[in-house]
Write a protein that binds this ligand. Structure first.
Ligand SMILES: Nc1nc2c(ncn2[C@@H]2O[C@H](COP(=O)(O)OP(=O)(O)OP(=O)(O)O)[C@@H](O)[C@H]2O)c(=O)[nH]1
Ligand SMILES: [Mg+2]
Length: 240
């Protein structure tokens, strides 16, 4: 199942949904929308997506998506942004990555990837990634990437307890501290295809980064154990 959080992505969402279905025919695409002032929901529905609604916020939208995927028994979940940044062709390498990992992140900064990003933002992502790596106990390069694939055990964890304000590097720290195998694969991404970013305002972005840093510490200190693994969760991933 592919989960797409989307707010005010009306001009882009249909292409995102169709792009995913073109590489994974028959897959259920679930767009979680809230607070849009445009026709995001209608466009997504017309393109063949299931549309769910959530309370305001990126993290809350994802949480609704994970709860839906868990209740549906999806064999895997991939989260994809609704702004066209994530190339659908990358889904194959993310899903392949699940053969020996529980959570796979598409990284813009591993060798072989690529992302035209202003230096200041690159620096901020690098600093947050280093911080999350410290508390997660594993080197990560792109903790703010929203392109992630996961096995059902991780989805179950996320469905029951997902942060409601900030959900980026802190979620990866949580997964690592819970014992899930996390890995990154290189993915070339492009800037959003239009519309406005949730990180538009420098003040909001700074607050977001501080909050993420704080939550990384909290997750790092409060989840020292390993999650029990179900044997069925180790099977090769099938069509979701
Ligand atoms: N449902 C929902 N989706 C949201 C909300 N805020 C952001 N999104 C979606 O989440 C995805 C990621 O948000 P972006 O604003 O693109 O954030 P980003 O990719 O980190 O930033 P850019 O690189 O500037 O695009 C997009 O598909 C947004 O439409 C929200 O409040 N509710
Ligand atoms: Mg984006």
């Amino acid at each position: 199942m592919v989960i797409v959080p989307a707010r005010d992505e009306g001009p882009r969402i249909a292409a995102v949904v169709r792009g995913v279905v073109a590489v994974l025919p028959g897959v259920e695409v679930v767009v979680i929308e809230n607070g849009s002032s445009d026709d995001t929901a209608e466009r997504a529905r017309e393109a063949g997506a299931t549309v769910l609604h959530s309370q305001v916020g990126y993290a809350r939208a994802l949480r609704v998506g994970f709860a839906h995927a868990h209740a549906s028994g999806a064999p895997w979940v991939v989260t994809v942004d609704g702004d066209g940044q994530h190339p659908p062709e990358a889904l194959a390498s993310l899903l392949l990555g699940l053969d020996d990992a529980d959570l796979v992140v598409g990284s813009r900064f591993l060798q072989g990837a690529g992302y035209p990003v202003p230096a200041r933002r690159r620096l901020a992502i690098g600093a947050l990634s280093a911080w999350a790596s410290l508390f997660g106990g594993q080197a990560l390069t792109d903790v703010t990437s929203g392109l992630r694939a996961m096995r059902p055990g991780v989805v179950a964890d996320f469905a029951s307890a997902y942060p409601t304000d900030v959900a980026d590097g802190n979620v990866l720290v949580r997964a690592l501290r819970a014992g899930w195998r996390v890995r990154e694969v290189p993915v070339a991404m492009r800037p959003r295809l239009g519309g406005s970013s949730q990180h538009q305002s420098p003040r909001k972005s700074a607050l977001f980064a501080l909050r993420m840093a704080q939550l990384c510490v909290r997750e790092g200190l409060s989840h020292p154990g390993r999650a029990p693994r179900l044997p069925s969760d180790q099977a090769p991933v099938g069509r979701g």
